[in-house]
Write a protein that binds this ligand. Structure first.
Ligand SMILES: [Zn+2]
Length: 405
């Protein structure tokens, strides 16, 4: 039966050579053209809301990312200048935001914007102390156990997101922006919240969370990215809590249904209709297992990651657009992740094929129209990040979601 969610993958698989003409001589002009068209279509007014996920801040991050790639050195200053002016307007917007919780949110609010501002200002040679200080101050907001009614621990707006932003800052600025006590107390809140929820709901495993009443498993709002952040900071955990995190990772490994995970705990996957997205499913959960593998060196985690990649090769040519959240670039990032984990060129080949598909007629005619062309997660800004990373696969990383720090 035909799958409604994806195009059939008609590409033959890797046979020992990469796709010709996909090097920087052809790839770079596509990136430059796409950036130009994004910049031409930015709203004349507004767009500062929506954070890194859907707002202008995501465009600023994309410009920063491109500016850091040597292939685009002749555009570096132009891209950075534009990034600075865009992120300044976003910072002003969130400085005026009254709602503390929105200010502390990573992908949908202020925390991510302040983090991006610090990275961009630093790259542009400007003083970045102010956005960094503001970012640090937001730590207090997300420490109370139930600071968000909808669920306080997930990636987009919750505590894991705040930790994720701090991780990106550590990577890009080379400094740990939070004090050890701050990191410990946020991790403690995440753990305590997960233990309490699990006890209250009588779950047969140690840590569980919900977001708007749903027990998500995937990267967007679910267990996998929460665990990924706890693993990223495992040196700050008590030994017993560390064990609990690893038990939970193994619990999630065991929820696999044929190379995929259902969006919600306990659901049974319908094959014709399954979600193979970064936000829900294998292409996002893969990052947790990558992190687990990098820390433990246990081959079983790498094997799980590889299975995520196999399913994504079959079902990752998504009809929901070119983006990284639930689009083709998000699928292709799994191959770049697997390339970095294994060094196997097969994965570069697969990423190249997905990049090629993005400019095909079949994709243009058959995929959903974009609501926001410039969004980092749903629109073309994330696609640009992917195309840039395809030119530098040894440094490639899903935007703002590193497992290599
Ligand atoms: Zn999504």
């Amino acid at each position: 039966m035909e799958n409604k969610r994806c195009f059939p993958n008609r590409f033959s698989d890797y046979k020992g050579s990469l796709v010709l003409g996909q090097g920087s001589d052809l790839g770079a002009p596509i990136v430059i053209r796409t950036i130009d068209s994004i910049l031409q279509q930015l709203p004349a007014q507004g767009g500062q809301e929506g954070g890194l996920y859907g707002g202008l801040a995501g465009v600023a991050y994309m410009l920063y990312h491109a500016s850091q790639c040597p292939v685009f050195s002749s555009h570096k200053d132009t891209y950075l200048r534009r990034a600075v002016s865009i992120i300044e307007s976003c910072v002003l917007y969130y400085d005026r935001e009254q709602d503390r919780e929105t200010r502390a949110s990573f992908l949908l609010g202020g925390a991510g914007v302040y983090a991006a501002a610090a990275m961009i200002y630093k790259a542009a040679g400007q003083d970045f102390k102010k956005p960094l200080d503001t970012f640090r101050e937001l730590c207090d907001v997300c420490q109370p156990l139930g600071f968000l009614e909808c669920g306080s621990d997930e990636l987009f707006v919750g505590r894991s997101g705040y930790l994720c932003a701090a991780l990106v800052l550590k990577q890009k600025l080379g400094i740990e922006v939070l004090k050890p006590d701050q990191i410990r107390s946020i991790c403690h809140a995440i753990l305590e919240s997960g233990k309490q929820y699990s006890r209250k709901k009588r779950k047969p495993f140690p840590l569980m969370y919900s977001y708007y009443g749903t027990e998500y498993l995937g990267a967007a709002h679910g267990l996998s990215s929460v665990l990924q952040m706890l693993l990223s900071y495992q040196d700050y955990l008590q030994p017993a809590d560390k064990d609990l995190v690893w038990q939970s990772v193994d619990f999630l490994v065991n929820q696999e249904q044929n190379c995929n995970w259902p969006p919600e705990l306990g659901e049974v996957i319908e094959r014709e209709n399954e979600l193979v997205h970064w936000c829900h499913g294998a292409p996002g959960i893969a990052y947790l297992f990558a992190k687990a593998y990098l820390l433990s060196k246990k081959p079983c985690y790498l094997d799980t990651c590889i299975r995520c990649g196999e399913l994504t090769w079959q079902k990752g040519l998504l009809k929901k657009g070119p983006g990284i959240c639930h689009g083709v670039a998000g699928s292709a990032y799994v191959f770049l992740l697997l390339y970095r984990l294994t060094g196997n060129s097969k994965y570069i080949y697969r990423a190249q094929r997905f990049a090629e598909f993005l400019s095909s007629e079949e994709f243009r005619d058959g995929s959903c129209t974009l609501e926001s062309i410039y969004s980092l997660y749903e629109g073309l800004s994330g696609t640009v990040c992917f195309l840039v990373d395809l030119l530098q696969p040894k440094q490639a990383e899903f935007p703002l979601f590193s497992v290599f720090v």
